[in-house]
Design a binder for this molecule. Structure first.
Ligand SMILES: *[C@@H]1O[C@H](CO)[C@@H](O)[C@H](O)[C@H]1NC(C)=O
Ligand SMILES: CC(=O)N[C@H]1CO[C@H](CO)[C@@H](O)[C@@H]1O
Length: 415
């Protein structure tokens, strides 16, 4: 039923796309890629054997003539299959913890959407569980988007050390982004909020020396935990599970990605004079520009069946480590007793979560800068409720709340 609706939606979208599609051409532009729509999606090499055959999103057999809704390489196909797999496995594990509807457990509501009919392609499958027994709000969002990155958004990337040149005469950079992003806000203040995000980004820019189109792609993402009270066993479990997944791909990865996470989720505006600022949570891993690859568009086309290689294998393991890292922590606390005061403290911490997401988060800023993006999906990361108090006092240093603050101000090693 779900998929029938989706196929219908993509078919309508395809008709529009076929009518308005303007191919990007350049001297060294290769022939348009063959559509390999009938091929089944292949998961990462390491897990291909064990992987159940799941319908991918977008559906594996989209109408020919809609190149902007069809993966054009094995790399894209594999990543699309992975984000759909993660969305399915994560939602179903969370519904298990939520419990049976007869006991007040809620289910995810799915909504699929397509980007505007202005020649930009792609769409998404958002799933949100609200007002549940365990979760106040949980959002798990897949999106696959193609379009042209406007100059303003491209400049943000240049600031990150990417030297991208817009093709002469063009008004931006053609891009493709695929990702799954989730934010889980449990009701019980003793149960931590969790966030994770796994994405791949591709951009076509211009090689001014060779005078031809250049293809470039990379992976980004990570998982992190935001408790309101410090529980050291939780912190150790969460971090060591992520570390084990990273270690399979090199012992240098976890320490680097852990530090990156502490640096990234920094509410810099909350720093007091002479201190190190306040982290959003107790961290996890964060990575970007991973597997960064640049080559001419022509070569990329010729090598389109090579897949994402080792970088993609890492992303699979990092993504699949989320559930074993988080579920035990969640289950340990969902039924723990709490007081009104605990609830107030959780609401104040959520206020800080909102501050980070609206003021600093790159994903949110990128979304708000991208024309035609869906505001509801971008803001799905915000909690249902939060609280701000004028000059709220810090909790006592020797309480679980005070110890949390200490860990946010001075990040520790947990694994
Ligand atoms: C967090 O931000 C503050 C204020 O800008 C800065 O002093 C501090 O070094 C940052 N901490 C980390 C870990 O990046
Ligand atoms: C990571 C990810 O794909 N999140 C997406 C959720 O949906 C919005 C569009 O409404 C995208 O901008 C986000 O990138």
């Amino acid at each position: 039923m779900r998929h029938a609706r989706l196929v219908g939606a993509f078919a309508r979208r395809a008709a529009v796309a076929a009518a308005v599609a303007v191919p990007i051409t350049a001297a060294c532009e290769p022939e348009p890629a063959q559509l390999r729509a009938t091929q089944a999606p292949v998961l990462c090499a390491s897990a291909a054997a064990a992987a159940p055959a799941k319908p991918a999103f977008p559906p594996p057999a989209p109408p020919v003539g809609a190149p902007d809704t069809v993966p054009t390489s094995k790399r894209q196909r594999d990543m699309e299959a992975l984000v759909c797999e993660l969305q399915d496995s994560i939602c179903s594990a969370l519904e298990d913890v939520e419990g049976a509807p007869s006991r007040g457990g809620k289910r995810f509501q799915e909504d699929t959407w397509l980007r505007g009919s202005d020649g930009h392609g792609g769409g998404g499958r958002s799933r949100v569980l609200q007002g549940g027994r365990v979760f106040e709000k949980a959002g798990v969002n897949v999106s696959i988007v193609r379009g042209v990155l406007p100059a303003a958004a491209a400049r943000q990337m240049r600031a990150r050390g990417k030297d991208m040149t817009v093709r002469p005469g063009a008004d931006g950079l053609p891009f493709y982004a695929v990702g799954v992003s989730l934010v889980l806000h449990p009701r019980n203040p003793k149960a931590p909020t969790a966030h994770a995000n796994f994405r791949m980004f591709e951009v076509r820019d211009w090689d001014p020396v060779e005078g031809c189109e250049r293809a470039r792609w990379w992976y980004g993402g990570g998982s992190d935990l935001t408790p309101s009270f410090l529980d050291e066993d939780d912190a150790r479990h969460f971090h060591s599970t992520l570390k084990a997944a990273c270690d399979k791909h090199g012992s240098e990865l976890y320490p680097e990605f852990k530090r990156w996470c502490d640096e990234y989720f920094n509410n810099t505006h909350r720093a007091l004079p002479g201190d190190d600022g306040e982290r959003r949570g107790i961290g996890g891993i964060f990575y970007d520009d991973f597997g960064d690859t640049v080559m001419s568009a022509k070569e990329a086309e010729e090598r389109s069946e090579e897949g994402g290689g080792k970088a993609f294998d890492f992303v699979c393991d990092a993504g699949r480590a989320f559930l074993p890292a988080y579920i035990p922590v969640l289950v340990r606390h969902v039924d723990e007793p709490f007081t009104e005061e605990d609830k107030r403290w959780q609401q104040l911490r959520r206020g800080r979560y909102v501050e980070f997401n609206l003021v600093h988060d790159r994903g949110t800023k990128f979304g708000l800068h991208t024309p035609g993006s869906r505001i509801e999906s971008i803001l799905v990361s915000l909690p249902e409720t939060a609280r701000w108090e004028y000059q709220a006092e810090d909790p006592p240093k020797d309480s679980a709340a005070g110890r949390l603050l200490e860990a946010l101000r001075r990040p520790r090693e947990w694994a």
